[in-house]
Design a protein around this ligand. Sequence first.
Ligand code: PGA
Length: 253
Amino acid sequence: MSRKYIIAGNWKMNKTPSEARQLVADVIAAIGEKPANVDVVVCPPYVALDGVMDATKGSFVGVGAQNLHFEAKGAYTGEVAADMLNDLGVQYVIIGHSERRQYFAETDETVNKKLLTALSNNLIPIVCVGETLEQREQGIMPELIRSQVKIAYLGVTAEQAAGTVIAYEPVWAIGTGKTATAEQADEVCGIIRKTIEELYDKATADAIIIQYGGSMNAANAESLLAMPNIDGGLIGGAALKPADFAAIVKSAK
Ligand code: PGA
């Protein structure tokens, strides 16, 4: 089974709209041309989406938002709805990033609602799961990951699930410079794939794209991306450096 890679940059709360336009132009220049079998995505802050859509027009770079609200519209001050992203032409959306879970009270249940909303609005979701160091040390990582996936995918059909992306992001590796080893990351991506197989079937598990995220950089990307269950990366810090991000993209073969 050969899957494509998806390398996505999560810019988090970095870059003004004008800086973001420049950064994506630099990213496109650094990568040069679309590598075979790799989809490249950048996820800037909401206010930079329009400008980044414009700057990526006609290029090989796709654009994603970092979040969305699960309701269609209404009295949700400060929130952004799926059709607003659709109107800009945004193709991807990150859902349930651990920073959203940690600082903005997102739960497995809101992740599920957001996933259903993204799917019914034709956005490709990048669903984030991952354990804290404490949970890993307690030995509950496999059950925790399985339940994060199972709750997120409640009500999602096999056909829909096959078109989604899951990012395994161990919380202890995000922004810490501590990367999971290729074996650790592959083990958990394998647990995720097995869970999808249990929920659906082997074809769905074979089709779904599973990324690793957490201090992935130009030096460690190649060994992570060579693992059988790792189909890409969700890149934070290194995505803000065009040469590093381009090197990660080129490591996906
Ligand atoms: P990092 O962030 O690459 O800076 O660790 C990854 C992420 O949070 O998506």
